[in-house]
Design a protein around this ligand. Structure first.
Ligand code: ATP
Ligand code: MG
Length: 227
């Protein structure tokens, strides 16, 4: 006798994607390497780079959203796995991840496996995100360790510890079996690069070459950004 089909199970052939949201102010090798290593480790078809228009947790960036988006497009050009996704740029008001996921579900359907990428610094603040408990109903989460910012201990709050415990899986194959609901962690090459440090260096006239693709480096120079 055949077992009854699990209604939450995925049928094969539907997309398995990763998404990386961020301010990308500017995009750098930390973002790109994280996306590549997670795409490989989790066996993803595509990774969507989704720049935020109005990040709810940051002051409005001095660089326009279009310029940040242009740099992301340059950075991922030529990578067949990476895709630019501008849906947050044209949405009015603050960019909330939960809204982005609902919009992605409308496009990709309920069966697609969607994994949200997050650095450890972002995850420690995850329980302050808009409707954060709902997010895991719409996607998986893949966490990567980010080199510690000196003086900033990444301590998890009790709700986040419980959240992690309830959704954690070590087996990346699980992320292919269901469309959402799991959290996994992956070890990646540690690159201690941040947009903040890049903006700081540029402001002080230091070179940021080799921290990002040459195409992005050239764009920043041409447009005299972050001076
Ligand atoms: P800023 O310094 O302006 O906050 P950032 O370098 O942190 O910029 P974001 O656009 O804020 O870049 O990051 C988007 C996502 O990428 C976050 O989940 C963040 O944790 C992750 N990320 C950024 N840089 C790295 C890195 N070097 N290694 C791993 N993950 C990273
Ligand atoms: Mg950041």
């Amino acid at each position: 006798m055949n077992a009854a089909p699990d209604p939450s199970a995925r049928t094969s052939g539907t997309p398995v994607i990763g998404i990386l949201g961020g301010t990308f102010n500017p995009v750098h090798f930390g973002h790109l390497r994280m996306a590549q290593e997670l795409a490989d480790a989790l066996n993803l078809d595509t990774v969507r780079f989704i720049p935020a228009a109005n990040p709810p947790h940051k002051d409005a960036p001095a660089i326009s959203a279009d310029q940040r988006a242009a740099m992301v497009k340059l950075a991922i050009a030529g990578n067949g796995t990476f895709v630019f996704d501008g849906r947050e740029l044209h949405r009015a008001g603050a960019s909330y991840t939960v809204d982005t996921l609902l919009s992605l579900r409308e496009e990709l359907g309920q069966q697609a496996s969607i994994t949200l990428f997050m650095g450890s610094d972002a995850f420690t603040k995850f329980d302050t995100w808009h409707r954060w408990q709902e997010i895991i109903q719409h996607c998986h989460i893949a966490l990567v360790q980010r080199p510690q910012v000196r003086g900033h201990e990444h301590q998890l709050s009790k709700p986040l510890e419980i959240f992690l415990h309830n959704h954690y899986t070590e087996n990346s194959d699980d992320l292919h079996q269901q469309p959402s609901g799991l959290v996994t962690m992956r070890q990646i090459t540690a690159l201690d690069i941040s947009s903040t440090a890049i903006r700081h260096a540029l402001k002080h006239g230091d070179s940021v070459r080799y921290l990002m693709p040459d195409s992005v480096f050239d764009y920043i120079r041409q447009h005299q950004l972050y001076q």
